[in-house]
Design a protein. Structure first.
Length: 190
């Protein structure tokens, strides 16, 4: 189970009454095909049972974040439930290493026209996601159903395909993030 959170600043002032709204997270997009590209679960809002803990640990090397790994495991082998009401306060400050990253459509278009996209950063992030997906596949291969195996294989080998085939793989497996802007970037840059 996981929930939304109220965002507060370092002075305990409310910045936003919904982490999900601020980060443009749709908590319903909690299936493996969505979780391969973006996490909808914030670790501090999670409550898990012992069965999930035992199945998901020890955490393998190469995963992005523990909460993301737990969400992947729960999405395939268990049930994921969420509470839309914020159950805690999530503090943000200038030095946050993880959390909300604001991307606007204007910023996206501006980067395209200015040519200021960092081509290496997108590829680095995708490679990290592919490594995590490979770890998942290798860890649970013996108990995955065929559809999940197919999604994982398609995702982890996506860079070996042509421009058109990559987009066909995204569509076939519904490999989309929570954010329209990120999906546009994915289609342009994969």
């Amino acid at each position: 189970m996981y929930s939304d959170a109220i965002i507060i600043d370092e002075n305990d002032c409310i910045v936003n009454d919904s982490f999900w709204h601020s980060a443009k997270i749709n908590p319903r997009r909690n299936k493996i095909n969505n979780l391969l590209l973006s996490n909808v679960v914030t670790g501090c809002t999670m409550a898990i049972n012992r069965e999930l803990l035992e199945l998901a640990t020890p955490f393998p090397l190469g995963i992005k974040m523990f909460d993301w790994w737990l969400a992947l495991v729960a999405s395939v082998f268990g049930e994921m439930a969420f509470v839309e009401v914020p159950l805690l306060k999530y503090r943000v400050h200038q030095n946050n290493s993880v959390g909300i990253k604001n991307k606007s459509f204007y910023t996206f278009i501006n980067k395209i026209f200015k040519g200021s996209f960092d081509p290496d950063l997108f590829r680095k992030n995708m490679n990290e996601l592919i490594i995590q997906a490979k770890q998942f596949y290798n860890t649970y291969f013996h108990v995955l159903d065929n559809k999940t195996k197919e999604i994982l294989i398609d995702f982890t080998t996506i860079y070996s395909y042509s421009f058109v085939k990559k987009r066909m793989i995204l569509q076939k497996n519904s490999l989309w993030t929570n954010k329209i802007i990120d999906n546009a970037e994915l289609l342009l840059r994969i």
